[in-house]
Design a protein around this ligand. Structure first.
Ligand code: PMT
Length: 382
């Protein structure tokens, strides 16, 4: 029997309280929140819109003193690239990212197949300078970066584990409440669905040798979630509560919420995105397939229904020469993109010549403007 609305709200609240009681906050939370508070005050005073961009993958530690953990594929390309386009669109950006994943601006020179030293040379005076062919692009990136830094438009926060991510998201969202309709939450991080609760986690490194197996130092009556049995490693994860509902209803009730839906099976994508939109009742779900995510995404929203955003056909791929050929074949930072087909059957190769985020973010900014206007009409204020 389905529960009533208030029953499911009570359950969601109980799950939230249980999760955050049992899984303690990261040590850096206080300092992150102090920085965020100052950042928000500065930009709300100036009437600026603020985007919280989440980026990169969360880890699931198997031991308290962590040697082993589960991870996912995300390099943070979507988040770091999107943050740059939000800044270009006039937003201040809180960039909540997985530590050591891609960062806005520096992403152009990190995580690819060449070393950053390949961009440099020694001049006749023995000083290190940027090679001639890289000057125009590096000057462009450096100018943008310097402007953003001078104006304090970008706040960079980091997480590693799923629990760190959820604590940071919840507390930063609550701080952003006064920004109201002028805030957008852009949830591009790849968030773990399963995890090891703190009270089912062993303290020390899981031993592979049977002579040294302990497996008994957790505080729960259930066995440790990750343990050895004989020669096998058993991993018995529990579901991470879905916090999107809490974000929409409780943590950031007046802001625009954009979530991503990642699938690998094209036949599921739109259905799953529509399901998420109905379930969480937020503003926009952006569906993407693992294999084609740099070429096409689908927007699913109550405002505009289903709308595909695609890199224009004439600008699909970079020419495969020199370093670009290497990047194209390896699929950049995360090894994809070659020998693939769009959902409409056309082939894709290499890297797209246009970053799809340059098309995604202006669409979102326009939707955001409409939502702000609606909010002003309804409430007389943002
Ligand atoms: O970083 P890149 O390599 O560029 O890759 C980008 C990306 C593919 C990771 C990105 O575009 C993307 O799709 N991110 C979302 C991945 C994801 O977590 O999808 P999901 O289908 O598992 O979750 C859907 C939504 O539910 C997410 O908005 C997530 O915040 C939310 N969720 C997920 C897990 C969880 N325990 N609670 C949640 O609320």
């Amino acid at each position: 029997m389905a529960g009533s609305g208030s029953d499911s709200e009570a359950t969601a609240e109980a799950l939230e309280s249980q999760y955050f009681t049992n899984n303690p906050p990261p040590l850096s939370l206080h300092s992150h929140l102090a920085l965020t508070q100052a950042f928000i005050e500065r930009h709300t005073d100036q009437g600026r819109r603020i985007a919280l961009v989440t980026s990169g993958g969360t880890t699931v530690p198997l031991e308290n003193q962590t040697v082993r953990y589960l991870d996912n594929f995300s390099a943070g390309t979507r988040g770091a690239t999107s943050a740059e386009y939000f800044l270009e669109a006039g937003y201040a950006v809180v960039f909540l990212h997985r530590q050591f994943s891609l960062l806005p601006y520096s992403r152009h020179y990190s995580h690819n197949t060449s070393s950053f030293l390949d961009y440099m040379k020694e001049d006749q005076d023995g000083r290190v300078v940027v090679q001639e062919q890289h000057q125009p692009e590096m000057v462009r990136v450096l100018r943008e970066y310097t402007h953003v830094k001078k104006q304090n438009l970008l706040l960079i926060l980091s997480f590693v584990t799923i629990t760190e991510y959820l604590w940071e998201l919840r507390e930063v969202a609550k701080l952003m409440r006064p920004v109201g309709a002028k805030a957008v939450f852009y949830l591009a991080a790849a968030v773990s669905d399963f995890f090891v609760p703190k009270d089912r986690m062993v303290e020390h490194k899981i031993q592979s040798s049977e002579e040294f197996q302990a497996n008994g130092d957790n505080t729960n009556s259930k066995p440790p979630a990750a343990r050895t049995e004989g020669k096998s490693l058993i991993i018995d994860l529990e579901p991470v509560p879905k916090f999107l509902k809490q974000l929409v209803d409780g943590w950031a009730p007046n802001s625009m919420i954009v979530s991503f839906k990642l699938e690998t099976d094209p036949s599921m994508l739109v259905r799953k995105a529509q399901y998420a939109l109905e379930k969480y009742q937020h503003h926009l779900v952006i569906g993407n397939l693992l294999s084609t995510r740099k070429w096409e995404v689908v927007f699913v929203s109550a405002m505009d229904g289903e709308k595909w955003i695609r890199v224009p056909p004439s600008r699909r791929t970079k020419s495969l020469s020199g370093i670009e050929a290497l990047v194209g074949r390896a699929g950049g930072a995360d090894g994809d993109g070659s020998e693939l087909k769009h959902s409409d059957g056309r082939a894709m190769q290499g890297e797209p010549a246009v970053e799809i985020e340059s098309l995604i973010i202006p669409e979102i900014a326009a939707m955001h403007s409409r939502l702000i206007r609606e909010s002003v009409r309804e409430k007389g204020t943002v």
